[in-house]
Write a protein that binds this ligand. Structure first.
Ligand SMILES: [Zn+2]
Length: 237
């Protein structure tokens, strides 16, 4: 799981931002360790892909930051790597105003033509809800459903491709999410820490400034997957 990839004058105390070099370290590690980057669309369209030989990884970028086109996306393209980009559709061509509750730096969000560019580059475009809200805290089931459906339909109108996956903003997994996603036509839902994992609430591994080759190796190991299955149910949500 990634968010921002940029060199800024601020120090990188922001856990959602990594530098260009840190991003290259990730790509180099995946390349030298023979990982193939795939997408959720690849799995939805070809279930055998998971049984095929070779190591696979899915890179995800939340929030659809425009600056990813300056460095991260060209670097992926150069290496013929794919990634999935999760877009909060109400904020297209706007700013990350949902961050205004914290010490926030205004950052531009991609526009419609950017989503078409992503699609043309072989990247997957997924939903990050419509307004980037905490879906779990919204007790209005109809509104939650609308947040998911509207974002899916908006992206599908723009790219003319089905949307297969959603990343829940703030990893806030709504009540009844399995039924909600199934009914809305999603194949996969992504959380971060998740007590019980299923295709509709997958655990994700964050890649941060503090990560090293060794921590990456651990995070991508079977042992870590096992540790998370033991660890996540005991976190407070
Ligand atoms: Zn987000």
């Amino acid at each position: 799981m990634l968010h921002q990839v940029r060199n800024s004058s601020r120090d990188f105390s922001d856990e959602w931002s990594i530098s260009h070099n840190k991003f290259l370290e990730l790509l180099d590690y995946l390349h030298t360790s023979n990982y193939k980057t795939i997408t959720f669309a690849d799995i939805a369209l070809n279930k055998n892909i998971l049984n095929s030989s070779g190591k696979k990884v899915i890179l995800t970028f939340d929030d659809g930051y425009k600056h990813l086109f300056d460095f991260a996306i060209p670097e992926l393209v150069k290496r013929k790597m794919k990634a999935v980009f999760y877009i909060p559709t109400a904020h297209l061509a706007d700013y990350n105003s949902w961050d205004s509750e914290k010490n926030y730096e205004k950052l531009e969000i991609m526009n419609e033509s950017d989503l078409r560019k992503l699609d043309n580059l072989g990247m997957e475009v997924g939903s990050h809800s419509h307004h980037h809200i905490r879906l779990k805290e919204n007790k209005n089931a109809h509104e939650v459903e609308e947040e998911l459906l509207l974002s899916k339909q908006t992206i599908e109108l723009i790219t003319q491709k089905p949307v297969y996956s959603v990343a829940f903003p703030f990893a806030s997994v709504p009540k009844g999410y399995k039924k909600l996603l199934y009914n809305a036509g999603f194949f996969f839902g992504l959380s971060i820490y998740q007590p019980f994992e299923s295709r509709y609430a997958l655990r994700r591994l964050g890649y941060y400034s503090s990560d090293t080759k060794n921590s990456l190796k651990l995070k991508l190991s079977f042992a870590y997957k096992f540790l998370r299955a033991l660890h996540d149910p005991f976190l407070k949500y």
